[in-house]
Design a protein around this ligand. Structure first.
Ligand code: 13P
Length: 246
């Protein structure tokens, strides 16, 4: 079985109703491409735009959320549950992004609970891992620890791993292409041998992906797609990145 390819845009805390034109631009670009492709394109806008984007008919873009709550429902003022996201038409959710770990203090127990809640609501989970700059030397053990924090009972078909070196996010810096390829291979080995995952889990790269470096990154044997931040807010740039696969 072939591994599924993904290009996923994480809009972070950006986007208003008027940003529909970014979404429309990418969709139009995809609709005009006659070549068939098994690529999955997902945009994860802020919660406030999920309904607007997912209501769009004739769309080739799937919608995801950037976070979810670990509980199904209840007295948690201001929170959004996985079931609510599903109900709005989201099919994916990002969990474990370094910005959530860093700025919101999300720990491994909380992340595991969020993953369980998301899977219960039939959301596919994009689970982010990655080392800090001062952890580069111990990268493999950092990544192993993060992967081992995944809950034991998982539907492996509905999980995607995104390797995002924290020092590469929004900085314009990236590991060398050879390094990215070999880190992805290590991740696949950890998934396979330590966690008994299927070897077909998609592993995406994220961190300063742009139209210039995308073709080099996406052509690496062990890379199954990209999780794109800044460049996903520009329909031309995001479309250029998608074009690598189509
Ligand atoms: P940038 O592409 O802006 O570096 O962000 C990457 C990221 O954090 C995606 O989740």
């Amino acid at each position: 079985m072939k591994r599924t390819k993904f290009v996923i845009g994480n809009w972070k805390m950006n986007g208003l109703k008027s940003s529909m034109n970014i979404y429309e631009g990418v969709n139009k670009h995809m609709l005009s491409n006659k070549k068939s492709s098994d690529l999955n394109v997902v945009i994860c806008p802020p919660f406030t735009l999920i309904n607007l984007f997912s209501s769009k008919k004739t769309s080739k873009i799937m919608i995801g959320a950037q976070d979810t709550h670990e509980k199904e429902s209840g007295a948690y003022t201001g929170s959004i549950s996985s079931q609510m996201l599903s109900d709005l038409g989201a099919g994916y959710v990002i969990i474990g992004h370094s910005e959530r770990r860093q700025y919101f203090g999300e720990n491994v127990k909380l992340l595991a609970d969020k993953i369980i809640a998301a899977q219960k609501a039939d959301l596919k989970v994009i689970f982010c891992i990655g080392e800090l700059k001062n952890e580069i030397k111990n990268r493999k053990s950092v990544l192993r620890k993060q992967l081992k924090s995944l809950p034991k009972k998982l539907n492996y078909k509905n999980i995607i791993i995104a390797y995002e070196p924290v020092w590469a996010i929004g900085t314009g810096l990236i590991p060398s292409f050879d390094e990215i390829n070999s880190i992805h291979l290590s991740i696949r080995d950890i998934l396979k041998y330590d966690l008994k995952f299927s070897k077909n889990v998609s592993i995406l790269y994220g961190g300063s992906v742009n139209p210039k470096n995308a073709s080099n990154i996406l052509s690496l044997e062990n890379v199954d797609g990209a999780l794109v931040g800044g460049a996903s807010l520009n329909s031309k740039d995001f479309s250029n990145i998608i074009d690598y696969y189509t």
